[in-house]
Design a protein around this ligand. Structure first.
Ligand code: ARG
Length: 472
């Protein structure tokens, strides 16, 4: 115990177990030691502790860190939390100098610092995995810049698109996720240490030095805010939940596409499962599991929001519950991203089925309306005319391209022979949407090439630099 002085009786064993957080916050061991190393260096620099004490503390902490990393030391889970464990072990090993480490510090500013250090790293890992996924999607998209499929609105066939365009839509969602996480990491990058328990400290500390040593942009400006703010946890959790929402939409499509009703894609055997009773089944379990996990990560965000909403300033022990949900969200997102990077290359589209589906349901009706509009008919009238053409085709149970020129001309004499080639053919419909953001193969190729290039550059940079860049 770090606080036994004012008590006559020991904390009840069960109460201790209930109160303890070490089972969860032992994950912060490295960050706790890193934070303490910087704190001790600052205390020595400002003559709050002696150079000798600082040296003993530094050597002792580095030794503990090395042993933890080598797995020759295990965290003693009878301690209240990771901070207690590190400090008591250090004191056990180096004596009085260890007892000076906590000068001008509280566990309240300490835990907030450890947690920020930890989440900064995890934010960088997650963005790396998101980039891997974007790259995988780009790879797949590059093979399908001319693979025609129906595009949908209301899950009704709407207009033809290419499969690569559809995949790139997800790439852009994940690119925004990367951006969002980096943005959250920027706000996270301020140092709580120095706030003490809540009001600051009576020692002549140098918070800028500690911030600099730990790679924070600056110290938090208000001590109460420094120890009680958990926006950085909420923000990251929100970002992670949005990642899972995007993944979940992709899952939903993969599950639909893989069904007998759609038959748009075949999934690699290694990412599907069978049924214990129905021998014919090949289920898209990985996509379904990921879709389910999206709910779990959204739940983590809700847990954190509810945890924080009623807390008066400054620190309250409730806050200790802030780690499990975000750790769970991080682990879940990382696992899911890794699974998707592996699974996506095995999503093989069935070109014939996709094209067959794109042909049915009058997906070139808009093209016919555009054709008439280009010939001078106001778009709203063209829309009406084509509506009637669709009604006829629907009654005759045929495609628009199967109507004769005479039948078409009955609706509007402006329609000429070139309508079949210019408006009603899937390839022309797609190629005509040749502008920034359109589905024309030429545009999709440009998009894919641009992002491929950006991701390829990443492989040229050494991993360490990549991480440093991401944390900027
Ligand atoms: N385990 C605690 C947490 O994670 C550390 C801070 C404890 N501070 C206190 N005053 N009890 O929040």
């Amino acid at each position: 115990m770090l606080w036994k002085g004012r008590f006559k009786k020991e904390l009840d064993k069960k109460a201790n177990a209930f109160n303890a957080s070490i089972g969860v916050d032992k994950a912060l061991a490295e960050q706790d030691i890193t934070g303490s190393l910087a704190h001790a260096a600052m205390l020595a620099q400002t003559d709050i502790i002696s150079q000798e004490d600082c040296k003993a503390i530094t050597d002792g902490l580095q030794q503990i860190l090395a042993e933890l990393q080598a797995h020759t030391l295990t965290v003693d889970e009878s301690c209240e939390d990771i901070h207690t464990f590190v400090e008591s072990l250090l004191t056990e090993r180096i004596g009085d100098a260890g007892k000076r480490l906590h000068t001008a510090r509280s566990r309240n500013d300490q835990v907030a610092t450890d947690f920020r250090l930890y989440l900064k790293e995890e934010a960088a890992h997650t963005t790396e995995l998101l980039k891997d996924l974007c790259e995988t999607l780009c790879d797949l998209a590059s093979e399908h810049t001319e693979t025609i499929m129906p595009g949908y609105t209301h899950l009704q066939r709407a207009q033809p698109i290419v499969f690569g365009h559809h995949l790139m839509a997800y790439t852009f969602m994940f690119l925004r996720d990367i951006d969002r996480i980096k943005d959250a990491a920027k706000r996270m990058n301020v140092l709580p240490l120095g706030a003490g328990a809540l009001a600051g400290t009576t020692f002549p500390i140098d918070r800028n030095l500690t911030a600099q040593l730990l790679g924070f942009d600056k110290p938090c400006e208000n001590s109460l805010d420094a120890v009680s703010d958990r926006d950085f946890v909420l923000e990251l959790s929100f970002c992670l939940s949005v990642v899972m929402t995007h993944i979940s939409r992709l899952c939903e499509e993969i599950i639909l596409w893989n069904s007998w009703e759609f038959k748009f894609v075949e999934l690699d055997d290694s990412y599907t499962t069978g049924s214990s009773i129905m021998p014919q089944k090949k289920n898209p379990d990985v996509a379904e599991t990921a879709r389910g996990k999206a709910g779990r990560v959204a739940g983590d965000l809700i847990s954190l929001t509810l945890l924080m909403k009623g807390l008066p300033l400054a620190y309250a022990k409730d806050t200790q519950e802030d780690k499990e949900p975000v750790f769970d969200a991080i682990d879940t997102v990382k696992d899911t991203l890794r699974a998707f990077v592996e699974m996506m290359p095995g999503v093989v589209p069935n070109r014939e089925e996709m094209k067959k589906a794109a042909q049915a349901g009058y997906p070139t009706a808009t093209d016919l309306a555009d054709y008439l509009t280009k010939k001078g008919l106001p778009f709203r009238e063209a829309h009406d005319v084509v509506g009637s053409v669709v009604r006829l085709a629907s009654n005759l149970e045929c495609d628009l391209a199967e109507l004769t020129l005479e039948q078409l001309k009955d609706f509007c004499p402006m329609i000429e022979e070139d309508v079949y080639e210019k408006a009603l053919k899937l390839e022309s419909s797609i190629a005509a949407r040749d502008h920034l953001g359109g589905t024309a193969p030429a545009q999709v190729k440009k998009q894919v090439a641009r992002w491929h290039g950006i991701f390829a550059e990443r492989h040229a940079a050494p991993a360490q630099k990549r991480l440093a860049d991401l944390l900027k």
